[in-house]
Design a protein around this ligand. Structure first.
Ligand code: SF4
Length: 227
């Protein structure tokens, strides 16, 4: 078991420093070329890998251009165009409904506030945060996906279980200016080393400060269960 820094703020700073050094090019891995494509890619990425989303959006973004084309498409056809994505039927409905709202209430533009974004269909705080950060350069919060959720708990930054309270705690701890990057760093480390089922603690840059480190700790703080 590693020994965390003596406060959660210092622990968060140390984690950011080390992960930045380990992953200097860390950034969003979804592909898009405008705000609407970003919104659609993020809606599709819920419970689906970015890799699969990128594969599917390659042809989707060639076929549909702009909110009118999504709003006017027959829902079954749009769903078929997404059929390798998890929950593609629901997601086709979210995309179509969101594009209708964008046309009716926002002059065809993806909105730039948390309140307006979360009124779109299938858009929660996490999706809205990604669109604000990468589409509008507005950083209002911290995106808490499954990797951020798991790593924050394993590394002793929070004992909260659900994304929204975790986000609130992280906003107190992660240095200003790193809110956006924190997510990408956690995602890179979560994919490369601190994976859900079999983290490679023996080759981890955070091992000496991680209270879940498998060498001595018997408990995975992410799940609260024994390793
Ligand atoms: S890989 Fe192991 S040591 Fe590293 S952060 Fe994850 S649980 Fe902690």
């Amino acid at each position: 078991m590693g020994t965390p820094r003596d406060s959660r703020t210092k622990q968060a700073e140390e984690i950011v420093d080390r992960l930045e050094e380990a992953y200097p090019d860390s950034t969003i891995s979804l592909r898009y070329s405008n705000r609407l494509e970003l919104l659609i890619a993020v809606i599709l990425s819920a419970q689906c890998t970015d890799e699969r989303v990128n594969k599917e959006t390659k042809h989707l973004f060639e076929k549909y251009d702009g909110p009118e084309e999504y709003a006017n498409a027959p829902e079954e056809e749009l769903a078929e165009d997404l059929n390798s994505i998890t929950y593609y039927n629901s997601k086709a409905g979210y995309i179509k409904d969101s594009c209708e709202i964008i046309l009716e209430e926002h002059d065809g533009e993806v909105p730039d506030t948390m309140d307006e974004l979360t009124e779109l269909s299938g858009v929660g705080r996490k999706t809205a945060n990604v669109v604000l950060q990468h589409g509008h350069d507005v950083v209002e919060g911290i995106v808490v996906d499954t990797h951020v959720q798991r790593l924050s708990r394993r590394l002793g930054l929070t004992e909260e279980e659900y994304p929204e309270p975790i986000e609130q705690e992280l906003m107190e701890l992660v240095p200003d200016g790193y809110w956006q990057q924190f997510t990408h760093l956690c995602i890179d480390h979560g994919r490369a080393t601190c994976t859900a089922r079999n983290p490679d603690c023996s080759d981890c840059v955070l091992a000496d400060i991680c209270p879940s480190e498998k060498g001595d700790s018997e408990i995975d703080l992410a799940s609260g269960e024994p390793w």
